[in-house]
Ligand binder design. Structure first.
Ligand SMILES: *Cc1c(COP(=O)(O)O)cnc(C)c1O
Length: 957
């Protein structure tokens, strides 16, 4: 039988050509790609049925199809508000960040020496959030406002040392999607939420009375409220503190330029969205959520925190701080399950603040307020009952029985309003609102439009902002486009992203993010939609989501897919919640144990804990596979309490284990469900389907397998696929019935379709590749990994292999013995790779002291050889240490990475400058120079600084 020919695009996506493939197959010792995959994959899981997905004829055809889909969306001026606002993305930011692979193809900054550009941008973001909220420490982004509020709930519970039965108080003016996400998470953890009006809460007694005397651990307020009203929460905060509870403000960042900062009236935590800082609404996402806390709470805050430390020369350098709080270290005891966050969007928001500065931001806020004020005045003059008395950008009007009719008239004039109920409308203004919009709304109400929109300073009385913000020079230095362009370029030049070379990070699948795939995300038909716009206006994006879901069903073998989770971690949580919902619907309330192999990704255990499950670890056997005897013992021990097992397939050891079928059978026989972590789907697409080999649920990472760029640490999309019996328990959404089943577990993300505006990327990838191309990609991913394993095996033992010595799509290089005899660590090798012009592989996951290499199908043989040659050369450098030619402390490995600056100064190293900077194989014309030397992380954790350091810190003595 002849093989179907992959589409032309597939040949661009896949690195090696025919001749290279033949040469690599020879090295691996396999006659063909098909034979390789047949040999590597256990027959029991190999799924020979071809993917029924047709490829488009060309990249141009895919763009034409996307244009057609986009034409079924209608862009209407949004005055809906509810946490999503019109904003102008500064073109200099759009082109040089959002559309620039130097920013969007970077990885999470775990290797700080090659990530100083995005770390600076994120530090700017943290400074913006910290300044505007008045709270000392802000993190580097949350997934959205709703999940940030839910994370604040658990943070407050931890920090307030909540007594048994303590409740969470919710302001009745919280955004509805925030309430939905909080309820989903609270139910899983058995936390009771009480929603009340806070207007009459003026003392601890009043607050206590409002919750029937129950203990309270936290209060979450919306500032300003969803109705637009600016409320004074001073007494509420005092009341909460009087009861030993903490207070979280869900606050509008733009509003905070003119409103008293939450810290000033007693908030302990602030959360929210930075969407309106230049990030398009995108039908709900992605945008960067934020969280800020006072110094006391900084060590219990979830998410990533960028901090300032020093490098080996004592110069200031940025790196991620306090990483030991995170899920990959603390697992089920972690502060949160967040892994992939919203880095690219946080970078955009930070640059919006850099571009506008404090004066510009305040002008934008005053612009929005002035338009809201003019509208309110005109409506009042026309006899309309405006119920909001003190507002920033949103007003609520009472129009008994007429809300829908007026909204329909406004829509005829091109404006969406927020229909609260039959009698009530809310209207929000923003940076993009102009006089014509105000006139259109007035017309819909049948009142006279204002003849002009005077600029009015908001009058918030004692809630007016009086303190300074964004005083750091970075928010004042780049007012001209020339200087801004150069600032962005300067930062990008400090970073190593896929546009420079391969990023062989095991488990992260850093593959090509093709330009055609990226094209549609900035089209207004996808980027300018409000997530709660009337469904007639969003047919196109919902059709695209449905088509993408159907393809993912075909690829995974599941029956239903929800696209709502906005990262893999959130897909895990959604899948586990579905499993819990299923057990509960069957009356199996006691099933609360989740088995997790010791080799699992840290998010697995953290998600299980968030889903209210008890984590029980299953041991690994010596060959890396799951210890089946231990599995049997754990199943016996927990019996009726077994809820689920979470396994990664192929395992995090990079091997297609043949025990998977038996494992699924054992768990099912015991009444448990099988959750297959789908992060390694790049080894399965087109060759095996988790829904067919025994999985009940899986998340996928569209930012790994399906080409959404990693963005420097986000955005991502983590769809969850399930078999039919779990489908009734998928996520849904309070404001969008079509986003999930009525019987669902509630929203997992704030927006009905999560990070909808980046779905066209994965849609385009699948459509460009078709089933044949996707399968070809998987095969090449397996060949590339086996080629690297074969070339490096003599230098570094490959820790695990399956049948015939083959690995799956990644391989683990074991450095432990070398470290023992030489003192050279995985860290030394990772940093030395920078001198050779590479990003390090994944370090010490899943096995400490090892490096995990995943080349993906997109790297060609030339780049693989360059990497292998570098690794072999480094092995020779290690040999010099073993042979006693150099001490490890004085070796080029320990000195790495080397900056240009360090070469120019005095030189007292025992190796020469040429060895340091231009080791064998480095092309002098293509040299990547790291901007800093090796960074001392522990120093920064001891002296926690999480906002921009003063410029003097960088001065040369
Ligand atoms: C990346 C990854 C996750 C988490 O996914 P995010 O999108 O980063 O939240 C979970 N499991 C494994 C094995 C992974 O590699």
């Amino acid at each position: 039988m002849t093989q179907p020919v992959p589409p032309a695009f597939a040949e661009r996506h896949i690195g090696p050509g025919d001749a290279e493939t033949a040469r690599m197959l020879e090295v691996v010792g396999q006659p063909s790609l098909e034979a390789l995959v047949d040999a590597a994959i256990p027959a029991g899981i190999h799924d020979p049925e071809a993917l029924a997905i047709e490829a488009a004829p060309s990249e141009q055809a895919v763009i034409a199809e996307l244009r057609e889909i986009a034409s079924h969306n209608t862009v209407v001026t949004s005055m809906i508000g509810l946490g999503y606002y019109g904003t102008h993305t500064p073109p200099v930011v759009k082109r040089n960040i959002l559309e620039n692979p130097a920013w969007y193809t970077a990885y999470t900054p775990y290797q700080p020496e090659i990530s100083q550009g995005r770390l600076e941008a994120l530090l700017n973001f943290q400074t913006v959030v910290s300044d505007l909220t008045g709270l000392e420490v802000a993190n580097a982004s949350m997934l959205d406002e709703g999940t940030a509020a839910a994370e604040a709930m658990t943070l407050m519970r931890r920090a307030a040392k909540a007594k048994d039965g303590a409740v969470l108080v919710l302001d009745e003016m919280l955004l509805p999607q925030t309430v939905g996400v909080i309820h989903t998470r609270a139910r899983a953890l058995g936390i009771e939420c009480v929603t009340i009006s806070l207007d009459d809460v003026d003392s601890a007694d009043a607050l206590s009375f409002a919750v029937d005397g129950k203990p309270v651990f936290g209060v979450i307020v919306q500032y300003p409220g969803k109705d637009g009203q600016v409320r004074d929460f001073r007494k509420v905060a005092d009341a909460a503190h009087g009861l030993g509870a903490l207070v979280t403000a869900a606050a509008d960042l733009l509003g905070l330029t003119v409103l008293a900062e939450p810290a000033s009236w007693g908030a302990d935590v602030a959360v929210g969205s930075s969407q309106r800082f230049g990030v398009p609404m995108g039908f709900g996402g992605p945008h960067a959520g934020y969280m800020a806390v006072g110094q006391k709470l900084s060590r219990t805050m979830p998410g990533r925190l960028v901090g300032v430390s020093i490098d080996a020369e004592g110069k200031p350098a940025y790196r991620l701080a306090l990483q030991t709080r995170e899920q990959h270290i603390r697992r089920e005891k972690a502060t949160s399950n967040i892994c992939t966050a919203q880095v690219l969007l946080a970078v955009m928001a930070s640059m919006y603040a850099v571009w506008h500065g404090p004066v510009g931001l305040r002008e934008i806020a005053v612009h929005a307020h002035s338009h809201a004020k003019a509208l309110a005045d005109a409506l009042r003059a026309g006899g309309v009952d405006v119920t909001t008395t003190r507002f920033f950008d949103t007003i609520t009007v009472s129009v008994p029985g007429k809300a829908r009719e007026i909204a329909a008239k406004a829509l005829e004039a091109g404006v969406n309003l927020c229909i609260v109920d039959d009698d009530t409308l809310s209207i929000s203004t923003d940076e993009t609102t102009v006089a014509e919009h105000v006139a259109a709304v007035c017309g819909a109400f049948g009142v006279d439009a204002p003849s002009e929109i005077p600029t009015v300073e908001p009058d918030f009385g004692d809630l007016a902002r009086t303190s300074e913000y964004l005083t750091h020079p970075v928010f004042h230095a780049y007012r001209s486009e020339t200087s801004m362009l150069r600032y962005l370029r300067r930062l990008a030049d400090r970073d190593y992203a896929l546009d420079r070379g391969m990023i062989p990070l095991g488990s992260c699948t850093m593959k090509l993010n093709a330009t055609t795939e990226m094209e549609a995300i900035t089209w207004p038909e996808f980027s300018a939609l409000h997530p709660f716009a009337p469904s007639e206006q969003t047919q196109g994006i919902r059709d695209l989501a449905a088509q993408l879901s159907a393809w993912l069903v075909e690829i995974t073998g599941y029956d239903e897919v929800s696209l709502q989770p906005n990262a893999g971690s959130q897909g895990e949580l959604a899948g586990l919640m579905a499993i819990r919902g299923y057990h509960e619907a069957n009356g199996d309330h006691e099933r609360d144990v989740c088995l997790i192999p010791s080799s699992a990704h840290g998010t697995n255990a953290a998600s299980a804990a968030m889903a209210g499950l008890k984590v029980v670890v299953v041991k690994s056997a010596d060959d890396g596979s799951i210890d089946m005897d231990d599995l049997r013992a754990k199943i016996d021990k927990h019996g009726e309490r077994l809820a689920a097992i979470m396994v990664t397939y192929p395992s995090t050891h990079g091997v297609y284990e043949d025990t998977i079928t038996e494992l699924c059978d054992l768990v099912h026989e015991a009444g448990g469900q099988v959750y297959v972590d789908g992060a390694n789907m790049n080894a399965l697409v087109g060759v095996a389907r988790p829904g067919h080999f025994g999985g009940d649920a899986s998340h996928l990472n569209l930012h790994k397998t399906f080409c959404i760029p990693h963005g420097g640490g986000g955005p991502g999309v983590g769809p969850v696929g399930v078999r039919r019996h779990l489908a009734p328990h998928l996520p849904n959404h309070p404001l969008a019935a079509e986003a999930g089943p009525e019987s669902g577990v509630g929203p997992i993300s704030a927006a009905p379709f999560g990070s909808a505006s980046i779905l066209p990327i994965s849609w385009a990838y699948i459509r460009l590749m078709g089933g044949t191309g996707l399968t070809a990609a998987t095969r090449m991913a397996v060949l590339n990994a086996n080629y690297v394993a074969a070339r490096l095996r003599d230098s570094y033992p490959v820790l695990y292999a399956g049948e015939g010595g083959l690995v799956a799509h990644e391989c683990i290089l074991d450095l432990r013995e070398l470290t023992k005899i030489s003192g050279v660590t995985v860290d030394d090798v990772a940093k030395r790779l920078v001198d050779y012009g590479f990003h390090a592989p994944t370090m010490s996951f899943p096995v400490a002291g090892t490096l995990m290499v995943e080349p993906t199908e997109s790297e060609d043989a030339g780049e693989l050889d360059r990497f292998c040659d570098a690794m072999i050369a480094i092995r020779a450098e290690i040999q010099d240490v073993i042979d006693g030619k150099v001490e490890v402390e004085k070796s080029v490995l320990r000195g790495a990475p080397h900056t240009a600056h360090c070469l120019a100064g005095d030189w007292d190293a025992e190796y020469d400058r040429m060895t340091a900077a231009y080791p064998a194989g480095v092309d002098p014309r293509a040299k990547y120079w790291p901007p800093v030397r090796r960074i001392d992380g522990a120093h920064g954790d001891r002296h926690l600084i999480c906002s921009c350091p003063p410029p003097e810190a960088f001065e040369e003595e």
